[in-house]
Design a protein around this ligand. Structure first.
Ligand SMILES: Cc1cc2nc3c(=O)[nH]c(=O)nc-3n(C[C@H](O)[C@H](O)[C@H](O)COP(=O)(O)OP(=O)(O)OC[C@H]3O[C@@H](n4cnc5c(N)ncnc54)[C@H](O)[C@@H]3O)c2cc1C
Length: 399
């Protein structure tokens, strides 16, 4: 099959769909190729057989009014009126097999002594442990903030770049502070993919990209061949390293050197009646346990069910032991679990000094017709992805 397009995007996560949405707005006909049978990547709201329309987020769960590029996209898609407020709930700690309050692990004097360094120190080039350990107090970092930051990025965090953990973004005060959608965050990628001007093909895993004259050839695992004048890679760094054309050897090496953190996510749906003993909570931050965090769906209460996503460290517990752990944490018998799904999440394992690597990547992307976007440029949040896609779209299709 030969098919020619002006622009092909590989990967239909929010980075790829954000890129495609912008390109189409500029009048560039665009095809998106996605390897899985659904769009959204880490934006993954799951339902369960027999549990009606009740959904739980297996990946990202919250968007904020500081997500300016996302809000612009939602405006284009007429989705702003569907923003759904999240009930304000607190996280708790899971420590030594019990739930504890956040303040129970705070060392106030350490905090007071260290805090000036948080505001005077520079983050550039430093890992999270070095910067926040100094600015919040070593004991606070060990007992509270380290586990909390690990929960945010679902991976070991000590050497994660301090400047990419939380990027300050201006808030849009007229919009609710944090939000989701009636069908969960998957409503967003699905709405972009449904745009009439955009063609999205799922179940099309790209296996090779070859430069051909001024454009690109994309071969898929199914043996299909697509051609385009412009190409955007919007896949995790290990996949991008494989797909980058062979002659971009230095770029392939740089991108291939970025690590990947695997997360074994288990999502469970439990009848609300079986959990009367468990107060509504935003989630749990695990301290030295087999899981990084548990994120609950209590922010959008449902009469019938409650939902929880447990994000486990890879290869620590087998499937049965993970279920035992979940039942112990929730205080529920295994037979009360009404729905269950396992998801392999993956996030880039960024390291201190990563912005220097990004600068090198950008210098090597001198070829004006190839864009690379994803959650490994400005940070891993949805807005970081869209910021990169916006920047790359400007470069490829200026004006
Ligand atoms: C558990 C978890 C919780 C999170 N919580 C939040 C949150 O609350 N708020 C927030 O802002 N962010 C959150 N994030 C981060 C955010 O969701 C992700 O960083 C972001 O969605 C990544 O989007 P992406 O498009 O860059 O990558 P992905 O979502 O990974 O998408 C990449 C896509 O490329 C496809 N692909 C890969 N290889 C190929 C190939 N060869 N051919 C075709 N397709 C291919 C994949 O199937 C996938 O669909 C969370 C992430 C996780 C894992």
């Amino acid at each position: 099959m030969h098919q020619d397009f002006e622009h092909i995007v590989i990967g239909a996560g929010i980075s790829g769909l954000g890129m495609a949405h912008r390109a189409v707005k500029r009048g560039v006909s665009t095809l998106v190729l996605e390897g899985e049978d659904r769009v959204g990547g880490c934006m993954n709201s799951r339902t369960f057989p027999g549990c009606g329309d009740f959904w739980i987020e297996a990946g990202s769960h919250t968007c904020f009014n500081s997500y300016g590029h996302l809000l612009d996209t939602l405006r284009d898609l007429e989705l702003l009126e569907r923003l759904t407020a999240k009930r304000k709930l607190s996280y708790q700690l899971w420590h030594d097999n019990e739930r504890r309050s956040i303040v129970s692990s705070l060392h106030p004097w350490d905090l007071i002594r260290s805090l000036p360094r948080l505001f005077t120190g520079t983050k550039a080039g430093k890992g999270v442990a070095e910067f926040f350990g100094a600015g919040l107090g070593r004991r606070n970092y060990r007992d509270l903030f380290g586990p909390a930051f690990r929960a945010v990025v679902c991976q070991e965090v000590d050497d994660f770049p301090a400047d990419l953990l939380f990027r300050r973004k201006p808030r849009r005060k007229e919009i609710m502070r944090s939000f989701t959608f009636p069908g969960g965050l998957s409503d967003v990628p699905q709405a972009i993919a449904c745009r009439e001007a955009l063609e999205v093909r799922t179940g099309q895993r790209a296996s090779r990209v070859v430069r051909e004259g001024d454009g690109y050839q994309v071969l898929t695992a199914a043996g299909d061949l697509f051609k385009s004048r412009y190409l955007s890679l919007a896949v995790p760094p290990d996949a991008a390293a494989v797909l980058l054309p062979e002659e971009l050897e230095e770029l392939r090496d740089l991108v291939g050197g970025i690590g990947i953190a695997a997360i074994e996510t288990l999502v469970v749906c439990v009848p609300a009646a079986a959990l009367k003993h468990l107060p509504a909570l935003a989630g749990l931050i695990a301290v030295d346990d087999a899981f990084y965090s548990m994120v609950s769906r209590d922010y959008l209460p449902d009469r019938r069910y409650r939902g929880f996503a447990f994000h486990f460290r890879p290869r620590v517990l087998d499937a049965d032991a993970q279920m035992d752990c979940i039942c112990r944490v929730l205080g529920v018998a295994p037979e009360r679990i009404a729905g269950l799904c396992r998801v392999s999440n993956r996030l880039p394992a960024l390291r201190a000094g990563h912005p220097d690597l990004v600068r090198k990547v950008d210098a090597l992307l001198a070829d004006g017709r190839l864009a690379v976007t994803g959650n490994w440029f400005f940070g891993v949040s949805i807005e970081d992805c869209l910021t990169r896609s916006h920047q790359e779209c400007e470069r490829l299709f200026p004006g």
